[in-house]
Design a protein around this ligand. Structure first.
Ligand code: NAP
Length: 298
């Protein structure tokens, strides 16, 4: 039986439509809209295209959006002063700093200067701590893990008591999604295992996963025989395996052997078009949440 496709592009559309309505409602009720600033230092082509996508999405939702481009040689002091300006700007509810930053700037110092109440990326240590505590303490879940959880929930996959295996333990994907799935509550309550390069028998762990989340960055790492029949497979990996000579675009593959896996599992995300479209979507959701919090103290 061929697995059901978890279509991130469609789910993204659904969530953005919900958010657009919410922003319209906010404007009608309070006269205000969510404000997001995206700070781009230098002109790294990948960063420029990612920032452009964020700005476009924010504008489509009716946000007050500022794209603040700074030269690559901006001093750390000037960058910290800029963040302080936005920390104190009541029309701005979310502050994004596109990474990587130039070498002469201490990235950690800059990220930690963002007011945690406006850290819609959810990377500030205060927000990481809140995520660990769970429940009402969570302000802004980090965007890729939040997108993964949303895909699991909206695909109708039961999570309570489910065996979840997460391949990868990075701070941006593996660790936070593992914590989120293990918390008490809706879309969670799972029994979670994290596996990584020092795990003794990767295949044995993957084989018992009702929900397998793979974020390793290794193309075709997960073999079809590692997949439990009927399980849900979330492939976070984005690997460039070549170039399409006709379109000039990169050929992308996930961490799972998709064609073989889809004949065994129950539901699966494709690459591209699965987790990828969810990250910016969840960033927008966090910004709307921040706007309510700042405007109405919700
Ligand atoms: P990362 O920081 O490189 O972490 C990779 C993790 O996978 C590490 O914990 C590593 O283990 C583990 N790993 C690597 N090879 C393994 C193997 N052979 N067996 C078992 N574990 C292995 O990567 P990341 O930032 O989490 O990203 C992971 C993938 O997701 C990448 O392809 C990235 O492009 C993609 N990604 C996609 C999105 C999106 O779609 N929006 C967002 C973020 C990331 P050790 O800790 O032992 O080294």
């Amino acid at each position: 039986m061929t697995a059901e496709l978890i279509n991130g592009t469609e789910i993204r559309k659904e969530i953005l439509a919900e958010l657009k309505k919410e922003v319209e409602g906010m404007k009608a009720k309070t006269g205000k809209v969510p404000g997001l600033v995206t700070i781009l230092v230098g002109a790294n082509p990948a960063s420029v295209s990612y920032v452009t996508l964020k700005v476009r999405t924010a504008e489509e939702l009716g946000f007050h959006e500022i794209q603040d481009n700074q030269p690559a040689d901006i001093s750390e002091k000037a960058l910290l002063a800029l963040i302080e300006k936005y920390n104190n700007d009541p029309t701005i509810h979310g502050i994004l700093i596109q990474l990587p930053l130039p070498k002469h700037v201490d990235e950690k110092k800059v990220l930690n200067a963002i007011n945690p109440d406006k850290d819609v990326d959810g990377f500030h240590p205060v927000n990481v701590g809140r995520l660990m505590i769970g429940g009402d303490e969570v302000l802004y879940p980090p965007c890729t893990p939040a997108g993964i959880q949303e895909l699991i929930v909206r695909s109708g996959t039961p999570t309570s008591g489910a065996e979840v295996v997460v391949v990868g333990r990075s701070n941006i994907v593996g660790k936070p999604i593992a914590i989120m799935m293990a918390q008490k509550g809706k879309g969670a309550d799972s029994t979670v295992t994290i596996v990584h390069t020092r795990t003794k028998d990767l295949a044995a762990h993957c084989k018992r996963a009702d929900i397998l989340i793979v974020a390793a960055g290794v193309p075709n790492l997960v073999k079809p025989e590692w997949i439990k029949p009927g399980s849900t497979v979330i492939d976070v990996g984005v690997n460039r395996i070549g170039m399409n000579e006709k379109t000039g675009k990169a050929i992308l593959r996930g961490d799972v052997d998709f064609d073989a896996a889809k004949e065994i599992c129950g539901k699966i995300t494709p690459v591209p078009g699965g987790v990828g479209p969810m990250t910016i979507t969840m960033l927008m959701k966090n910004t709307v949440r921040s706007a309510w919090k700042h405007i109405e103290g919700k």
